[in-house]
Ligand binder design. Structure first.
Ligand code: FAD
Length: 52
């Protein structure tokens, strides 16, 4: 499995960057990671806050 790479200066290199860790973003990230892609998921709030 691939992993995102950090340059140590705050720069991250990844195949897929998903902005928004709601249920849609989390599900998309999980599916892409299971297919072997390196994924970075970012959110300005707590991940998954909207769904119960
Ligand atoms: C008032 C209300 C109550 C609800 N109650 C429930 C409930 O009890 N149970 C339930 O299952 N569903 C509930 N829902 C529905 C549920 O919130 C949505 O169906 C579901 O969360 C949508 O998921 P989403 O991933 O599309 O979007 P969201 O959950 O909205 O996720 C989008 C994410 O993107 C992030 N984001 C947006 N812009 C940026 C940016 N520029 N930079 C970084 N991050 C960003 C946000 O912080 C957010 O976390 C409710 C909805 C509302 C409006």
């Amino acid at each position: 499995m691939n992993s995102p790479e950090s340059a140590g200066d705050g720069t991250i290199t990844t195949s897929v960057a998903i902005v928004g860790a709601g249920i849609v973003g989390v599900a998309t990230a999980l599916n892409l990671q299971r297919k072997g892609l390196d994924v970075v998921l970012v959110d300005e709030r707590e991940p998954g806050e909207g769904a119960s």
